[in-house]
Design a protein around this ligand. Structure first.
Ligand code: ADP
Ligand code: MG
Length: 463
């Protein structure tokens, strides 16, 4: 396993990677980055959500000359959402090199786009139709392009963009570098690569099978912005003795930890930016039961042998099946039963299926827990605490207090009041986490003509 430092990136870019909160390269990044930096054409195959954007974005940023006014990098993507999302990530990666990436897509006002193009972005991220419009109008010139990326190539070709892609690639100088990223390598993808790439290196990031612990595995489909409330409801419902919550990045882990504290949970965070002594302190608290929730990145949790973890929550789906297995392997150790819950956004469903296939385990869909479920979970905790205390030799002082109270009050009302006081009712104080890169909706698989060719039928008037 290599680190970002070992991949040959410049200090500015490493600084940007750190700012993004990435701790270590994903498998596809680890393989693609050194090859792309060496100038080779690369075909990268990896499932959705495995970090393909940075796999091409990092080497692309490195090859671009900042002082040139020309467009040097082009990324072709299937949808406007992806254009926006990829450009945003490239701008973050290129922040310290002062590289500007501009998204170009159909539906956005042409005049505005032309104005933005005059700011001389070094990289354009565009959908095929709109790119061609600009090429015809000569508002985009591709003569100085040194690196081209076809992102989500399978989807683009499925959507019927083959001629557009041929047209665009045909207009770019041949001595460029070409990178192609795709979740699958279809016949159409192969054809394009044969026509337009030079001895491409084919890399795949489909990890090997490994045995999976006998943890109960569940997934919950939940939109990004609702994840935190769902996590709190689950924690209240399960009332875990010891739980680990996994977040994707260091920043995310810090934010989650703070948000949990604000809602009254006893949590602590570990990730690679903390010193060893800080990490040790948190681990001592977790092992000793001073905190019940450990919020961690993959790297920080790797190799930790923690006893008695009852629940693992994957707040973000892991990048690859191996991390998934490492994560859920934290629970149910030494014959104890454990449960794992993985949050996925709608577009990550495919990624989950791949993990399922590789681990050969079914991950069961679990409904979104409600506040009522959460409250019921906490009420159960209270009942258990009361019953347990009742079995202990109760201090006589409390017994006489109880007898005095019962002379003037009804027993059910009194017990209800005690139960209410002892129950941690769900806290719904709004908490704002930084949005993770908004997930792009998956383009439809059905064969559709490119949007600009769609015949607009007049709508039926509403009655
Ligand atoms: P793909 O294009 O393969 O579907 P993305 O590039 O959109 O995947 O990345 C998915 C998510 O993972 C994004 O939120 C991205 O910021 C994050 N990510 C990418 N690389 C890493 C990394 N090395 N460590 C942690 N998170 C990462
Ligand atoms: Mg992608």
């Amino acid at each position: 396993m290599s680190t970002f430092e070992q991949l040959g990136l410049s200090p500015e870019t490493l600084r940007a990677v750190n700012g993004l909160g990435f701790e270590e390269p994903t498998p596809i990044q680890e393989k693609a980055i050194p090859l792309a930096l060496s100038g080779r054409d690369v075909i990268g195959q990896a499932p959705t959500g495995t970090g393909k954007t940075a796999a091409f974005g990092l080497p692309m940023i490195e090859t671009i000359a900042v002082d040139s006014e020309h467009i040097q990098g082009l990324v072709v993507v299937p949808t406007r959402e992806l254009a926006i999302q990829v450009a945003e990530e490239l701008n973050k990666i290129g922040e310290f090199k002062r590289i500007l990436a501009l998204p170009i897509y159909g539906g956005q006002d042409m005049t505005r786009q032309i104005k933005l193009l005059k700011k001389h972005p070094q990289i354009v991220v565009g959908t095929p139709g709109r790119l061609m419009d600009h090429m015809r109008r000569r508002t985009i010139r591709l003569q100085n392009i040194s690196i081209v990326v076809l992102d989500e190539a399978d989807e683009m070709l499925n959507m019927g963009f083959v001629d557009d892609i041929k047209f665009i690639l045909g207009d770019i100088p041949e001595d460029r570098q070409t990178l192609l990223f795709s979740a699958s390598i279809t016949k159409a993808v192969e054809n394009i690569s044969q026509l337009f790439m030079r001895e491409p290196a084919l890399i795949k990031a489909t990890p090997r099978n490994i045995t999976v612990p006998s943890t109960e595995q569940h997934y919950i489909e939940v939109p990004e912005r609702k994840k935190f409330d769902v996590l709190c409801n689950l924690l209240d419902l399960h009332a875990p003795e010891a739980a680990i919550v996994f977040g994707r990045t260091k920043k995310r882990v810090d934010e989650l930890n703070q948000a949990l504290a604000r809602r009254g949970y006893s949590a602590g965070a570990i990730h690679g930016d903390l010193s060893q002594s800080q990490r040790n302190a948190v681990m001592t608290q977790f092992r000793g039961g001073t905190i019940d929730i450990l919020v961690a990145t993959d790297v920080a949790a790797r190799g930790l042998d923690i006893e008695g973890v009852t629940h693992v929550y994957n707040f973000d789906i892991p990048q690859d099946p191996e991390s998934y297995i490492h994560r859920i392997g934290r629970t149910g150790r030494a014959g104890r039963k454990g449960a794992a819950f993985t949050f996925i956004t709608h577009r990550e469903l495919d990624h989950l299926r791949i993990i399922e296939r590789l681990t050969q385990r079914t991950i069961i869909r679990h409904p979104i827990p409600t506040l009522t479920d959460a409250l019921a979970g906490q009420q159960q905790v209270t009942i258990e605490r009361i019953l347990k205390t009742a079995e202990e030799p109760v201090l006589s002082a409390y017994k006489s207090m109880a007898e005095n109270l019962l002379e003037h009050h009804d027993s059910v009302t009194l017990l209800a009041a005690a139960l209410k006081l002892l129950t941690k009712e769900p806290n719904t104080e709004p908490v704002q986490l930084t949005e993770d890169t908004p997930p792009a909706p998956r383009p439809k698989k059905t064969r559709q003509p490119a949007p600009r060719r769609r015949q607009h039928r007049p709508r039926k008037p509403k009655r």
